[in-house]
Design a protein around this ligand. Structure first.
Ligand code: KG4
Ligand code: ZN
Length: 335
């Protein structure tokens, strides 16, 4: 089965073609980061309009690059939520319209389920069951993944998502938007232990997270300084990143203990973080837990994870009979 995947939930237009037989055939991505940078965050209306500009040309590009005719496609998968309503509608309208015109099925899939399965786009995919740590700009969740489509939410953030905390802290340090990757680069130059920030909600039972207090602690530290030179900014970035990474690790440990699983899958934009990847591997591999990550390019938003998820769903017989276009800006996975 060959499936076209369309991702337009936020500020990246991602298109891919996934084959159940041959794996990922083509994928392409257009990032709107430069468009939104001047505003310090994503402007929803601009995002929708830019998806309209890029979606069809990128689909054509994928078909041309792979020398694939539309007649070869068996289904279309698009992100139906969660995300920005207008942005989602662009991908959903285009996806459903193409599928209708080509007389093939279309499925609206869950963006975070796409992230969760992105680690399976490797030569050695994780087997089920596993614990998934989903860390993106809008979500921070621990999920018990017993099988494909069989998920239970174990915990989530009660305020800011991890990526959001990275972005807000990066802004405080004078880095651009989105600042997660830039903050992580700056942290590499920081002196370990120069700043130690609180590890939020460590002493409370359960797998929920809270990151807004950590951001406030950084804010107060910066306010208390006369000037913020580059080395001090790097030291603060280092302290912030260590607090985040350690907090995530402790909650992952709890989720692994509670479920009894021996595999941990980390996905979503923040799973691109080098320190997080290294720390979790180091900490858990000595305890008999295998840690998996998506390939670097599929940590952040992309069309490949949507095409893959849609392909799995269509192969399992998922059908959407309605012709109407529905999107779900707020949508809880598996609960
Ligand atoms: O999954 P994603 O691309 O979009 C959402 O679904 O939200 O995640 C984007 C988030 C942003 O907050 C970005 O700053 C963060 O992932 N991010 C990182 C890194 N790369 C991206 N955060 C920390 N370290 C990184 N290397
Ligand atoms: Zn995402």
């Amino acid at each position: 089965m060959l499936v076209l995947g369309i991702e337009t939930s936020c500020d990246e237009t991602g298109i891919a073609l996934y084959s159940s037989k041959y794996g990922l055939l083509e994928h392409t991505l257009y990032s709107q980061v430069a468009l939104h940078a001047a505003f310090g965050g994503v402007v929803p209306e601009l995002a929708s309009r830019d998806h309209i500009r890029h979606c069809l040309p990128l689909i054509q590009q994928c078909l041309d690059n792979g020398n694939i005719k539309p007649e070869a496609i068996d289904g279309v998968a698009y992100t139906a939520g969660p995300g920005l309503a207008g942005a989602l509608l662009v991908g959903a309208c285009i996806g459903r319209t193409l599928a209708w015109g080509w007389n093939i099925p279309a499925v609206g899939v869950h963006h975070m389920e796409g992230h969760l399965l992105a680690a399976r786009l490797t030569a050695l995919p994780p087997a089920y069951p596993f614990v998934a740590l989903l860390v993106s700009g809008g979500h921070t969740q621990l999920v018990d993944v017993r099988d494909f489509g069989d998920y239970t939410l174990l915990g989530e953030t009660v305020d800011d998502a991890v990526g959001e905390a990275f972005d807000k802290t990066a802004k405080l340090l004078g880095l651009g938007y989105p600042g997660g990757a830039a903050l992580s680069q700056l942290a590499e130059k920081g002196v370990a232990g120069a700043y130690v920030f609180p590890r939020p909600m460590m002493n409370r039972p359960g797998c929920d997270f809270s990151f807004s207090g950590l951001k406030t602690a950084v804010q107060q530290t910066i306010r208390s300084l006369a000037t913020l030179d580059e080395q001090t900014a790097a030291n603060i970035a280092h302290g912030f990143q260590e607090a985040v990474v350690e907090t995530l690790a402790v909650k992952c440990q709890r989720a692994l203990d509670d479920t009894g699983h021996h595999r941990l899958v980390v996905a979503g934009g923040v799973s691109a973080n080098k320190r997080l990847r290294y720390y979790l591997k180091e900490r858990f591999s000595t305890h008999g837990v295998d840690v998996f990550y998506p390939p670097h390019e599929f940590c952040t938003d992309n069309g490949a994870m949507i095409a893959y998820l849609g392909c799995e769903q269509l192969m399992k017989g998922k059908k959407e009979q309605e012709l109407g276009v529905k999107v779900y800006p707020r949508w809880f996975m598996g609960v």
